[in-house]
Write a protein that binds this ligand. Structure first.
Ligand SMILES: Nc1ncnc2c1ncn2[C@@H]1O[C@H](COP(=O)(O)OP(=O)(O)OP(=O)(O)O)[C@@H](O)[C@H]1O
Ligand SMILES: [Mg+2]
Length: 428
């Protein structure tokens, strides 16, 4: 049957966030020049991951399948490919640089030359057992003139590039891809989760001024730091809201299930926010009897762990030399950023103003687009939308960025059975 004009102009994209606590599949329709519109949502509890990494294939496949089937049903279509988020503390990132001297004078920089210099910046940066997830050009320097974001069509004798490189351990990447494929959908791209979340919640001004995105999930806390419009640091730390729940369970002697429910309903980031006389009833895990607990004591337990987590984030930002670059502040997202009073605690712990970020530039159900829990899923859609616009650009015949991206991918995928994503500068 002939493709209608509507079908030809609208494409379907799927963002698959395989988190430690939930798997979320979002199906969106993207028309030319339009923001993606979410038309299908599926979610299921995540059973087979620890700290962002697959530890049980069968359980992970079942969770992904559950989310995908629900999303497909609500969208009324069966998608073929998904953009998948990746995290876990196997992920490493580093900044690199390289230069190339052009022999033929007056040669215009074409995609091939641009690729070669980016590729050169990866030399010696990929340890055995690792693969490149992103190789993002931060800036090009042409004959000593810096700040060039796109060198295509320009001429120079010396082309230099500064790149941000994200690497992942091959077994961890392969296990995730295998689970997604076994759940019945192909993997079109892999995107580092904090890069996706940043796509959803950071404003262009924040990226320009210098901002750290902190996505606090269940098992991981993901960082992405932007400055002068470009990404300069990424890190996945192995702790999150599930650690807070465990502390509440131990501290109040209740089951994990009850601890989670209490945290969501009555949790506060600091004792100072609590009514000093307010109490809640909890059921003792040993005696099964009801007990009264001051909400201020609950806030103490939660606040202590959150402070410790922010202290680790600060150590990471300090060690990477990022703290001085944060004129735009901190943006918090992820499920655990929903905790009441978290902005103040983050500000005090990190020494920089913080806000809670919610997805923007997307059309869809308010419960999804206004909730930081879905920042990664929405970010995957936005990342994919930006990426494929470039492909359209390329189809138009003027040698766009997607062509380069595809070729860089191939350099690193020869002995791996799926397509790995190489990064690109997705700054608007
Ligand atoms: N209102 C709330 N207050 C406090 N914590 C919350 C709230 N809502 C959700 N959380 C916590 O957020 C965490 C889950 O966040 P999220 O859905 O972003 O995780 P995930 O993406 O599955 O995990 P990860 O990114 O670590 O792999 C859980 O620990 C949950 O308790
Ligand atoms: Mg997450």
């Amino acid at each position: 049957m002939a493709e209608s004009l509507f079908e030809a102009q609208n494409r379907i994209i799927v963002g698959l966030d395989v988190g430690t606590t939930k798997v979320c599949a979002l199906v969106a329709r993207k028309g030319p020049g339009q923001p993606p519109e979410i038309i299908g949502v599926g979610q299921s509890p995540s059973r087979g991951l620890r700290k962002g990494v697959v530890v049980d294939i069968a359980k992970t496949v079942a969770s992904i399948r559950g989310a995908l089937e629900e999303a497909a049903q609500s969208a009324g279509l069966v998608p073929e490919h998904a953009v998948v988020g990746i995290a876990g503390d196997h992920v490493m990132s580093t900044n690199s640089s390289a230069g190339l001297t052009v022999r033929k004078s007056g040669r215009v920089i074409d995609p091939n030359l641009r690729d070669r210099v980016i590729h050169k910046s990866l030399n010696a940066q990929v340890p055995r057992g690792y693969r490149v997830i992103h190789a993002i050009p931060r800036e090009f320097i042409l004959d000593g003139v810096d700040g060039v974001l796109e060198p295509l069509g320009m001429s120079a004798k010396l082309i230099e590039v500064k790149t941000h490189i994200v690497l992942g351990a091959i077994p961890s990447i392969a296990n995730l891809v295998k689970c997604v494929q076994l759940a019945g959908i192909g993997v079109s791209d892999i995107v580092l989760e904090p890069i996706a979340s940043a796509e959803a919640v950071l404003t262009p001004d924040e990226r320009e001024l210098g901002t750290a995105l902190i996505d606090i999930g269940g098992g991981t806390t993901d960082l992405a730091v932007f400055n002068e419009g470009n990404i300069c640091h990424t890190k996945v730390l192995p702790f999150g809201g599930n650690h807070v729940t465990r502390d509440v369970a131990v501290g109040l002697r209740v089951s994990l299930e009850e601890a989670e429910a209490i945290k969501l309903k009555n949790g506060l980031a600091s004792r100072r926010l609590a009514d000093p006389t307010a109490v809640i009833k909890v059921k003792d895990i040993y005696s099964h009897r009801a007990r009264s607990v001051l909400t201020a004591n609950l806030a103490d337990i939660i606040g202590a762990r959150m402070e410790e987590m922010f202290a680790m984030v600060k150590r990471e930002l300090d060690a990477a030399g990022m703290t001085k670059l944060l004129a735009g502040g901190i943006v918090l997202t992820g499920g655990a950023s929903q905790l009441k009073g978290i902005e103040k605690l983050a500000h005090e712990s990190l020494g920089v103003p913080a806000r809670v970020g919610r997805p923007t530039n997307i059309v869809g159900p308010a419960a999804i687009v206004k909730n930081g829990v879905y920042a990664t899923g929405v970010g995957l859609l936005l990342y994919s939308a930006a990426h494929t616009d470039d492909e359209k650009h390329d189809v138009a015949g003027d040698g766009g960025l997607a062509d380069i991206t595809a070729r860089i991918k191939n350099w690193f995928t020869q002995d791996i059975s799926f397509t790995l994503l190489s990064g690109k500068n997705t700054k608007p």
